[in-house]
Design a protein around this ligand. Structure first.
Ligand SMILES: Cc1cc2nc3c(=O)[nH]c(=O)nc-3n(C[C@H](O)[C@H](O)[C@H](O)COP(=O)(O)O)c2cc1C
Length: 397
């Protein structure tokens, strides 16, 4: 995902410095070229050898070190960098950067960098809340730094509060948002639905389906990484919500209908990947459920057809994509649905095919448009999401 990208990772003298090793490793696994610059004080917390082994690059500490290729290293790295992240960033380094001080390799390189710069403060809560530190952070924000807010929790100093370095996965997502993928969806508003709906039978029980939300979440995340402004309307799932996406949780088909249709007019692209229950119990009461004795009879009624509504109210230039999960006659049924619901694209998968459908991390999809049908081999849901978005962008042109 990060092949050909250069990440400069600045590490400073905070107890959280150990987390930077994991972050460096994650970036390397995504094929980034990672260069770590440490402050001298950071070497008290973690040894440069750790980063050198993980990144295969010399870890820079001393501005006047002669033991590397001849080039003015801080400028060379600053020019090469696609993104610079300082994590953890001490109060000291934040102060120096805000004051334009460049008295070590890290601060000197930061001054020379014109790429996106991300800074993740990590310190004791009292230090973080100190007005001088806050003023310095504001100043950095005004000067092209993106400040990543620290997490709140139990700190190494045994205090509780804001100041924790966010998890490595969170830091990685900030980097990915900047440099993973071409930003070919910048300026586009996308609404994605995902997950199952739950239809209450009584105050305790409900009817639902096997959707895990994985496919829809992968689509939403991919849109976000490609620069779109994403809203995710989601039923209950156990997977982590994608970051940098507006998440709207819902339970029932009715709630999903209201949240989606209420936002539809402002969207450029709508992708419905949720598995919405077709039917819901007609009345929700204790009475109805208990009455049946050994047998439970429920009267069901149709839920709102979200896709049909969206197709009927499609605004000029809006792109509408649906999913179809079939157990038989996949292509015929999907083609009919495409036409009937006025969709621009339908992504079909056969629930009986190995590796496709609910729950799995993979999918086997066929993309159907009024003009063509494209069948893809088995691939991860992330990869499938990327292919679906490529197709949508191609068709919107
Ligand atoms: C055990 C220990 C943990 C520290 N943790 C932090 C920290 O999390 N954040 C911070 O701003 N300073 C922390 N400090 C203080 C910094 O190390 C100190 O201000 C140092 O001058 C920072 O140098 P640097 O910014 O050049 O890396 C810690 C100091 C010690 C001894």
């Amino acid at each position: 995902m990060l092949k050909g990208k250069t990440v400069v990772l600045g590490v400073t003298g905070s107890i959280a410095a150990y987390k930077a090793a994991n972050l460096a490793s994650m970036l390397v696994k995504l094929h980034a070229d990672v260069h770590v610059i440490m402050t001298k004080n950071a070497t008290n917390f973690i040894h440069p050898i750790t980063f050198e082994t993980l990144t295969n690059n010399k870890c820079l500490v001393d501005t006047f070190d002669r033991n590397f290729q001849y080039s003015v290293e801080h400028v060379a790295l600053a020019k090469k960098a696609d993104v610079m992240m300082i994590a953890p960033a001490t109060a000291n380094v934040i102060g120096k950067l805000a004051g334009g001080i460049a008295d070590d390799m890290l601060t000197t390189t930061a001054l020379a960098c014109t790429c996106p710069k991300l800074i993740a403060p990590a310190m004791n809560t009292r230090m973080f809340e100190n007005s001088i530190v806050q003023d310095n952070l504001k100043k950095l924000t005004l000067n092209d730094y993106q400040v990543i807010q620290p997490a709140v929790g139990f700190l190494a100093c045994r205090d509780e509060g804001a100041g924790k370095l966010p998890k490595e996965e969170v830091l990685l997502d900030y980097i990915l948002k900047e440099i993973a993928f071409e930003k070919d969806m910048k300026g586009l508003k996308v609404l994605v639905t995902a997950g199952p709906t739950m239809e209450a039978m009584d105050p305790v029980r409900y009817i639902t389906n096997h959707s895990t939300g994985k496919m829809g979440y992968a689509v939403a995340r991919n849109c976000m990484l490609r620069g779109a402004e994403v809203t995710l309307v989601t039923g209950q799932t156990s997977i982590e919500k994608p970051r940098f996406v507006t998440v709207v949780p819902i339970e029932s088909a009715r709630e999903m209908f209201e949240e989606v249709t209420g936002r539809a007019a402002e969207q450029d692209i709508i992708i419905k990947a949720a598995a919405v229950a077709d039917y819901r119990p007609q009345t929700v009461s204790d009475e109805k459920v208990k009455k049946g004795g050994d047998h439970l009879t429920l009267e069901l009624e149709k839920t709102d057809d979200i896709l049909k509504y969206l197709g009927e109210h499609k605004k000029e230039g809006q792109f509408l994509c649906g999913f179809s999960m079939e157990t038989e006659h996949m292509l015929e049924n999907s083609r009919a649905k495409l036409k009937k619901k006025n969709l621009d694209l339908i992504v079909a998968n056969n629930l009986k095919q190995a590796g496709a459908g609910f729950g799995t991390d993979t999918n086997v999809i066929t993309m159907i448009t009024p003009e063509e049908e494209i069948s893809l081999e088995l691939m991860s849901k992330e990869e499938a999401a990327g292919r679906i978005l490529d197709e949508i962008l191609k068709l919107r042109r």
